[in-house]
Write a protein that binds this ligand. Structure first.
Ligand SMILES: NC(=O)c1ccc[n+]([C@@H]2O[C@H](COP(=O)([O-])OP(=O)(O)OC[C@H]3O[C@@H](n4cnc5c(N)ncnc54)[C@H](OP(=O)(O)O)[C@@H]3O)[C@@H](O)[C@H]2O)c1
Length: 431
């Protein structure tokens, strides 16, 4: 039975963009249901923004450009940090915690870079610091990893964690369009930022996998420990070859447990069999697939971004804070140590590769290439050849799993072999 808190919990929101306005709307639209279910009346008393000239649907006196005044306001018990980035978010969140306020944030970069320190600070003050919306938008990932799955040894995680890049790759695949054209269209429709670096070069995915792996492996994964390669190099031709070979190309974050406290974390385009559950996660949808020693294989999927799904996660966290306030809870448990995880370099990875070459079309070429493969301890699983013109051919290889370092050296050897005109692309493959 829910007991109703007799006083109102006052909330300050930093940021009133896609997520901030969505969270506000959800709190208003579902106010009665939330009170009935959680027994806590919430009231947003102040909202921090940057630009006073933007039209807003609320009275002007709700807004301030002085965000410090919100985190210093003694009447506010909970701060929702929804501005994004590190500066000034880190300083504001720290100040809110030092002032005894619970914090809910959707900020992956903040948690990836400063989470361990801020979570310790929250814990030391008996406060909640929640960040469910930071990864996977509306998909519950943080809480299940922190709680229901915490007894497992997680052995592998693979995620599609960025909606923009999944939308781009899905569109290339479905419509036979080039990367540049799909990116331009996504920008025109507002699905991709004018500067798409954060998404297409994998920074956003890197922050998110840092947050998830830190929880799953119980120690902080610094972003510097994540190998990162974006999707700018993925061509339509590679998608078509991959398709013919039974694969689809997805932009994955992958973490493998290597030994106690040691992982290998990477973000890159990946060939994945069409039969794998992640292969059918399309458009802006996100998913996390993991294998735990007791739970086995598990997949979460849903809307990884957008105003409503992200608001759902932010408000869910706020309700948790409300329950703690009402029930006299003592703040969130620390899900991971500040001490960093040990990470293996990408050179140590054992993986299969897809490789596309343009070669001279003359006798003995295949023999020379096969010798290079053998000398670098890389063996072949499949091969396709096509004549391009009277002097050149295109060859696509799938290798068996090999050491990344050996494969890199093989590419150097192929370039120097005198028969390879161009190493067009190489993409890691998961089975
Ligand atoms: N968008 C999504 O679908 C999504 C999904 C998951 C997580 N997130 C995370 O949620 C957070 C917010 O994202 P968003 O998409 O809502 O961003 P957004 O639409 O760009 O909104 C940002 C808001 O913060 C305000 N702001 C930014 N910097 C400020 C500063 N220095 N001082 C005062 N106000 C400032 C902006 O003020 P003005 O309104 O005056 O410009 C705006 O209201 C980010 O951490 C993001 O990574 C977003």
């Amino acid at each position: 039975m829910t007991s109703t808190l007799t006083r109102t919990v006052r909330v300050g929101i930093l940021g009133f963009g896609t997520v901030g306005s969505g969270a506000y709307r959800m709190l208003q639209d579902n106010r009665d249901a939330i009170l009935r279910r959680v027994g806590v009346p919430f009231e947003v008393t102040k909202i921090g923004i940057r630009d006073t000239a933007k039209p807003r649907q609320l009275p002007a006196e709700m807004f301030t450009t002085d965000l410090t005044s919100i985190v210093d306001d003694p009447a506010i018990e909970v701060v929702l940090e929804l501005i994004g980035g590190v500066d000034p978010a880190a300083e504001l969140v720290e100040r809110a915690l030092r002032n005894g306020k619970h914090v809910v944030t959707a900020n992956k970069e903040l948690i990836a870079k400063h989470g361990a320190r801020l979570i310790s600070l929250a814990k030391s003050k008996g406060l909640d610091l929640h960040y469910e919306a930071a990864v996977g938008g509306g998909i519950p990932l943080v809480q299940p990893l922190k709680h229901q799955l915490a007894g497992n040894d997680v052995l592998k995680m693979m995620g599609i964690l960025n909606g923009t890049t999944n939308y781009i790759l899905t569109k290339m695949q479905r419509e036979g369009a080039d990367f540049a054209d799909v990116l331009a269209e996504a920008q025109a429709k507002g699905y991709a930022e004018a500067d798409p670096t954060n998404d297409v070069d994998g920074f956003d995915t890197m922050y998110k996998i840092s947050v998830l792996a830190s929880i799953a492996f119980h120690k902080h994964l610094p972003v510097e420990g994540v190998y990162r390669e974006g999707i700018r190099g993925v061509s339509l031709l590679d998608m078509q070859y991959a398709d013919a070979l039974g694969y689809t190309i997805k932009f994955l974050a992958i973490v493998d447990a290597i030994a106690e406290d040691t992982i290998l974390a990477r973000v890159h385009p990946t060939l994945i069999p069409k039969t794998h559950p992640l292969a059918s996660v399309n458009d802006v949808y996100n998913a996390l697939y993991l294998h735990g020693d007791f739970v086995g294989d598990l997949m979460f999927s849903g809307r990884g971004a957008g105003s409503d799904p992200t608001a759902s996660a932010v408000v869910g966290d706020l309700l948790d804070v409300g329950r703690n306030i009402a029930g006299g809870g003592s703040g969130s448990a620390i899900p991971f140590d500040e001490e960093p995880l040990k990470t293996c370099p990408i050179d140590d990875l054992r993986t299969a590769f897809y490789l596309r070459l343009v070669v001279q079309d003359r006798p003995k070429v295949l023999g020379i290439i096969a010798t290079e493969f053998g000398e670098h301890d890389v063996s072949l699983a499949a091969m396709e050849m096509k004549t391009l013109d009277e002097s050149r051919g295109e060859i696509v290889f799938l290798t068996h799993p090999c050491l990344e370092k050996n494969f890199r050296e093989l590419l150097v050897g192929l370039k120097q072999s005198g028969v390879v005109e161009e190493v067009c692309s190489s993409i890691r493959v998961v089975s």
